[in-house]
Write a protein that binds this ligand. Structure first.
Ligand code: NAP
Length: 507
């Protein structure tokens, strides 16, 4: 397979003429061959126009053909073989095992959506029979189905180069819903993006779909992504990244003549609540499980535990002391991009310099492209006073918050921003206190877990990977699991239609 730096616009490949850039080897900062050409405004126009044209027929594909297309994408990705893993390893610094697992997750979720499409439940067919004899007014005949929302712009995520990028969860769920997709590749892994983009393009051709069903664009700045979100033919956006990037796109989308939904997953520090009895009983294993979760993927998961809340006392002292023994043994890890490594380093230094924060321990130092794990502590009253202590530091950094009692811990929960996950460590003796907190936690986050950390995200029908702002732009949605398809659908009701006029599934 070749990576030649081309844009993939609706079944064609062409060299972008709007500046060049290179993929960067994450571990060294060196440029990788080949260069990629940025898309011009004309390329964005062509991709959007083709997506709109494709929408007219792709939305009408029968469920079996659509499912077969998703399965074909999965097998085309597998057929790329080791080249995909090798390229992704050098562009992201992530290890082979993690990327092979991520490839399985990517193909697994495409196949899961294929199953979901065949089952057809997402159409939400409803039949509400009319009654012409009803008094005082006749009851209309109403039938409802979900229809696809229109072409979707997907921004590949830096931290999941396969499972949340070109053919990741946003693309799979949009295509499953019947929406063509235009992907803006993440500049952190352009070669990986091109390889997967070509696989999707081959699947489009093999399934004889309209070529505009899929396009892949590169950008040397923010112009392409912004133009895409502003384009009147794009009807929804899927995004994972920074709060600044997500809110910039939400702003553009809301100022359009026809505003559109932006499903942006942005920032979450995933609080962990250590209840007193659980901590007392199991300090050793909770501390080592916490450190493993903190450093997983160099802390570059959306769900890494960044905030620990616990009642002050001997058990918490023992927990802090154990983490202070474990962390210095942790090796530095390459971060996804030099700029993410820089942002992490700055975030850690901000915490270190904060007058209300004390450093507990750090991992082994590394190069400028690596992240060194770091753990800090503060008090509940400081966290309540200094809102900036809630800011996400993307990478393996955590903040332990000492609370006077459970009442103060509850006050911290009330003051937190929206989150993807909240984890509770409880023993039987803590259950009554934990139960009292659950209604507040439901307001705070999209996924609540007991005696575990949220870093692993199962792709399944009952998964929610979403949460109130700023965890996501719209806390009613999830970007992982089969419910993700509903982001790209909207209901249409057909009143008093003759059976010949009705869409087939509603007859
Ligand atoms: P990012 O800077 O928000 O970039 C994400 C995507 O949006 C990229 O394609 C980027 O283009 C584009 N973009 C960013 N700002 C834009 C703007 N104003 N207008 C149009 N497009 C824009 O996120 P990132 O590069 O993945 O990581 C940077 C930071 O994001 C991290 O340090 C971390 O704080 C946060 N992050 C959070 C999560 C999470 O799940 N919580 C996940 C990943 C990252 P380019 O490709 O040209 O940069």
């Amino acid at each position: 397979m070749t990576i030649n730096g081309s844009l993939l616009v609706a079944g064609t490949e062409k060299r972008g003429s709007n500046g060049d850039f290179y993929g960067i080897e994450a571990a060294t900062g060196r440029s990788l061959l080949v260069s990629f050409g940025g898309a011009s405004p004309d390329d964005v126009e062509a991709a959007s126009a083709q997506a709109w044209e494709a929408f007219a027929c792709y939305r009408e594909t029968d469920l079996e053909s659509r499912a077969a297309f998703l399965e074909r994408i999965a097998s085309e990705i597998e057929a790329i073989g080791d080249e995909l893993i090798v390229r992704a390893m050098s562009e992201t610094g992530l290890p082979r095992g993690r990327l092979e697992g991520e490839r399985n997750r990517t193909t697994g979720q495409l196949r899961l959506f294929a199953k979901e499409v065949r089952a057809g439940r997402f159409q939400e067919l409803r039949f509400d029979e009319g009654d012409p004899s009803r008094k005082p007014v006749p009851k209309p005949d109403l039938r409802l189905r979900n229809v696809p929302i229109g072409p979707v712009a997907v921004f590949g995520a830096s931290n999941f180069p396969l499972a949340f990028s070109v053919a990741g969860g946003d693309t799979a769920s949009a295509l499953a819903a019947g929406c063509p997709v235009v992907v803006k590749a993440h500049s952190a892994h352009p070669g990986t993006s091109e390889l997967v983009g070509r696989a999707v393009q081959r699947a489009v051709a093999a399934c004889r779909l309209h070529p505009g069903t899929f396009s892949l664009l590169f950008d040397t700045g923010f112009e392409v992504g912004q133009k895409l979100v502003a384009d009147h033919r794009i009807r929804a956006v899927g995004f994972t990244g920074s709060r600044r990037g997500g809110t910039a796109l939400m702003d553009i989308a809301s100022k359009r003549r026809q505003p559109i939904p932006v499903y942006a997953e942005m920032s979450s520090i995933n609080p962990v609540i250590l209840f007193p009895n659980a901590l007392e009983r199991d300090v050793e294993s909770i501390a080592s499980a916490f450190v493993s979760s903190l450093i997983l993927g160099a802390g570059q998961f959306c769900t890494n535990p960044g905030l620990l809340l616990a009642v002050d006392g001997e058990a918490l002292d023992a927990f802090v002391a154990r983490t202070a023994e474990l962390l210095p043994e942790v090796a530095p890890q390459a971060m996804l991009t030099p700029s993410i490594a820089r942002a992490f380093c700055e975030g850690v230094e901000r915490l270190r310099a904060h007058r209300e924060v004390r450093a507990i321990a750090s991992g082994k130092p590394g190069s400028e492209f690596e992240g060194t794990a770091a753990l800090f502590e503060t008090t509940a009253s400081a966290l309540l006073e200094h809102h900036e202590l809630q800011d996400e530091v993307f990478g393996a950094a955590g903040l332990v918050v000492r609370c006077r009692d459970l009442g103060e811990l509850e006050a911290v929960i009330d003051a937190l921003e929206g989150q993807l996950t909240v984890a509770l460590f409880v023993s039987d003796d803590d259950e009554a206190d934990a139960r009292r907190l659950v209604p507040k936690l439901e307001i705070l986050a999209g996924r609540l877990l007991v005696n575990g950390f949220g870093t692993g995200v199962e792709v399944s029908p009952a998964m929610v990977h979403g949460g109130p702002y700023p965890a996501t732009a719209d806390g009613r949605s999830t970007s992982v699991g089969t419910l993700a398809i509903y982001r790209f659908l909207r209901p249409v009701s057909y009143q008093d239609f003759s059976s010949t006029l009705l869409p087939g599934v509603l007859r």
